[in-house]
Write a protein that binds this ligand. Structure first.
Ligand SMILES: [Zn+2]
Length: 489
């Protein structure tokens, strides 16, 4: 058996600029054919899972094309079509194939396509001869669409947020593909979309309404004829018609049964709509709470919701840094992406005093640039290997990085944006996260995989910016209305 493997992945925030380009992919992960195998094998990624599946189920994994870039603004048309053409060409070159395993996100947007994930699946489908199955995985934040469902044979999504089951989903997808090829199952998919988008912090899967819906999905999978049920929370920061939650059921040969299960789960989500709301402190209140927190083991973690690098934002928002300095916090750490400030630190050198204007440079949504003075403690190449629950095994690159001691706050400045998803990021700079008093993580939930086990307390902060938790801050033009909680009824 020859099974093609590949991926084209992006979470696109339509409130963010600039557009995502081929260069953004090139400096993250853009692999042709065999190039993807060595860096991805054994990692907590879908490709890692496809490769495990190949070993376990005894098929030959034929690597085609893989493109992954950090969440950011929508893809330029040029970027999208270049990568899509390369993926299609790679699949054509790999044929004959008995099946195809593909990783998409489900919340991609491009300059001129509001459902590019559907386009990717449809185009890949068109490369494969009739009867050759296409099985794809998607992110829990997917905004699922009917085109996506129509354009492949089997779709399944992550079950965790923070996302720590990428490898397992890849392996599972390989298993379903094998069952199809052996003629054991005939998947039929149905999608139901409740008119609802949960507050980002209520999308976490450890507890609350998402945990309840996932438990119901697992229960539904026990019903005769049901193969798999996925719950997509949706991605609120994409102004596209398909934005919102999605319930996807896959049955064995019974379209009506899949539709019934998906509709039931959508009803359960709607019943829980009030519990998907959140009321969170603003920056001043959150910093006050953090400073007032009794001393103890591990840091108080402040989640800068609106500057969520994992949701596409610039990562240079200054709102919480300004507030920590204003309130005289001690033992705090903030990480900002600011290549110009890194350059000034490099020119000054370690042990030197620097006066910097940091952050707030990409747009006007995440707080103004801030004047700070401090001493350069450490300079680094910014490259590290992730260990532990998220991105385990993958090498990440922050660009050149400077650690600057301000009065009470350690300021980490990086050339590139990188979400704080793994403790190795700070450890690679000689900083032990456990010994911090307060740490700002620019994100909503994903940082919890690394930081919840060491945190003294986790506080989510309703900051302003392009991933704001309160989505009433945004002006939507093309989403399907009514949509809870923008419209309440
Ligand atoms: Zn996600």
């Amino acid at each position: 058996m020859r099974i093609g493997i590949g991926g084209f992945f992006h979470e696109s925030n339509t409130f963010c600029r600039p557009l995502t380009t081929l260069q953004d992919y090139a400096r993250t992960r853009l692999y042709s054919g065999e190039e993807m195998v060595a860096p991805m094998r054994g990692t907590d990624t879908e490709i890692g899972g496809f490769l495990t599946g190949a070993d376990e189920f005894g098929f030959a994994a034929v690597p085609t094309y893989y493109a992954w870039a950090w969440p950011a603004g929508p893809l330029s048309d040029e970027c999208f079509h270049t990568i899509l053409d390369r993926l299609k060409d790679s699949i054509a070159a790999a044929e004959p194939l008995d099946g195809m395993l593909l990783q998409v996100h489900g919340a991609m947007v491009t300059e001129s396509d509001d459902d590019p994930d559907g386009t990717i699946l449809a185009e890949v489908r068109s490369c494969l001869p009739p009867g050759v199955p296409l099985v794809a995985t998607f992110d829990l934040h997917a905004n699922l669409s009917p085109l996506m469902i129509r354009s492949c044979d089997f779709l399944l999504g992550y079950e965790t947020y923070p996302h720590v089951d990428l490898h397992d989903r890849g392996r599972e997808a390989a298993g379903f593909l094998m069952r199809m090829l052996r003629g054991e199952i005939q998947p039929r998919m149905a999608l139901a979309k409740p008119p609802l988008i949960p507050h980002i912090v209520k999308q976490r899967t450890a507890d609350g309404p998402m945990a309840e819906l996932l438990a119901l999905a697992r229960g539904a999978e026990q019903r005769a004829g049901i193969l798999r049920v996925s719950v997509a929370a949706g991605f609120a920061y994409a102004d596209v018609p398909r934005m919102g939650m999605g319930m996807l059921a896959v049955s064995d040969g019974e379209e009506a049964l899949a539709a019934e299960v998906a509709a039931e789960l959508a009803g359960e989500a709607w019943e829980r709509r009030e519990t998907f709301l959140a009321d969170l402190p603003d920056a001043a209140e959150a910093v006050r709470l953090a400073i007032a927190e009794a001393p103890g083991s591990g840091p108080v973690v402040l989640a800068d919701l609106a500057d969520n690098v994992g949701g596409g934002t610039p990562g240079d928002g200054t709102v919480l840094l300004a507030e920590l300095l204003r309130q005289g916090a001690q033992g705090a750490l903030v990480l900002l992406a600011d290549a110009a400030a890194v350059g000034e630190c490099l020119r000054a050198g370690v042990r030197e005093t620097v006066r910097l204007i940091v952050g707030g440079k990409v747009d006007a949504m995440h707080g103004p640039p801030l004047a700070v003075e401090g001493r350069v403690r450490h300079l680094s190449d910014g490259v590290f290997r992730n260990r532990g629950p998220m991105r385990d095994g993958l090498v990440d690159d922050m660009g050149r990085t400077a650690v600057v001691d301000l009065d009470g706050v350690t300021l980490v400045l990086t050339e590139r944006r990188l979400a704080m998803w793994n403790l190795e990021q700070l450890r690679s700079l000689g900083i032990e996260p456990q010994r911090l008093n307060i740490v700002v993580c620019k994100g909503a939930i994903a940082h919890r995989a690394a930081y919840a086990p060491i945190a003294r307390r986790l506080i989510e902060v309703e900051t302003p910016g392009s991933c704001a938790g309160d989505i009433r801050r945004f002006e939507y033009h093309t989403i399907t209305r009514p949509l809870w909680p923008l419209d309440r009824w």
